[in-house]
Design a protein around this ligand. Structure first.
Ligand code: 5GP
Ligand code: ZN
Length: 140
């Protein structure tokens, strides 16, 4: 398969590996959005979050706190963001990955949340939560 992250796992493309176990591989993101920017990926090729089976999800997500603590210890950041981009145009590499981004006082990363609370009333919150619950029930 023509997947750069599968090639990185296989060693066909070099990477700065920081962690590896039977199911998971973690390495420096080439862009270093912030110092220590690390990607955590399953060894098994999965396109994105939607296709992640529970066992693989457990394996990948269970490594995240371990790496976060290592980044905290190594670089003493002021905080850390965990980011996943799912599907184009957000996702540029089609092999599921979690970004770990240690944050520093004057870094150039731009992650901000909007607060649309003023646009919501009880009926809107209810409609949104009902839509999610009904979709969850259809999944079963
Ligand atoms: P996405 O936009 O899909 O969430 O993130 C993909 C990430 O993969 C980007 O941050 C990009 O810098 C990183 N990346 C792309 N190609 C390579 C590569 O060959 N090696 C490494 N280490 N990172 C890569
Ligand atoms: Zn892959």
């Amino acid at each position: 398969m023509d997947c750069i992250f599968c090639k990185i796992i296989d060693g066909e493309i070099p990477s700065y590996k920081v962690y590896e176990d039977a199911f998971v591989y973690a390495f420096l993101d080439i862009s270093q959005g912030t110092k220590g920017h690390t990607l955590v990926i399953p060894k098994k090729h999965v396109d994105n979050l939607y296709g992640l089976d529970e066992r693989t999800a457990k394996a990948v997500f269970s490594v995240v706190p371990k790496l976060a603590n290592a980044l905290k210890k190594a670089f003493n950041p002021i905080g850390l963001n965990v980011v996943n981009n799912t599907e184009k145009p957000l996702q540029s590499v089609n092999h599921f990955h979690i970004h770990l981004l240690p944050r520093y006082e004057n870094d150039t990363l731009n992650i901000s949340m909007s607060n649309n609370q003023s646009l919501y009333d009880e009926s809107k919150y209810t409609a949104v939560s009902d839509a999610i619950k009904s979709a969850l029930n259809k999944e079963k």
